[in-house]
Design a binder for this molecule. Sequence first.
Ligand code: CA
Length: 233
Amino acid sequence: MTETRELILLIEDEPQMRRFLRVTFQSQGYRLIEASSGEEGLVAGTTRNPDVVLLDLGLPDMDGIEVTKRFREWSEVPIIVISAREQEEDKVKALDAGADDYVTKPFGAGELLARIRVALRHKILLSAGQQDPLFVADDLKVDLASRQVFIKDEEIHLTPIEYRLLAVLIRHAGKVVTHTQLLKEVWGPVYTDQQQYLHVYMAQLRKKLESEPARPRLLINEPGVGYRLKLNI
Ligand code: CA
């Protein structure tokens, strides 16, 4: 196994959860800093420059939404939220405040590690200051420069709104994008409560891109949160 050296900042007050994650990350060669409160996490974030932050929403001193907002005042570090079921609403708020993704407790190590790989991949693309002009996932191929979309090398015609919707999901490929974020980026800030637009256009997009639109493999619904363009990494 090749050793990875990325530094993970874990902000979590539950000792059992920290122990589980410590073992998981050590087995993968990640370096880890642990913080048990929001304040401690913010200090570690400024002094240690982590590559990714794992953030529990229920912390003793402040909630994760506040921690996310404080990070976003000065940092673009990927933030993956760890939420319990009773924090579903807060999870969406944290994503809209700038968190990148989430896992819901209880989660498996495999699921979390996949989310971390996606977050780190985005960080690399971001710091390189560019996105590959050719996006490929499964049978889908998108030339972002010419705005051409192909399924199995056959060109698919998308309307301008369908293309914008797809382009936003590609920009965040592998990560969840909330309903509010999608509405804001595709239609504009005054449309953020028009969720029906999103459902209509997502259905159209699936019809054009998915071999079985009722069982999407690419454009994944995250119930109550948003959508995710699935990446296999
Ligand atoms: Ca907690």
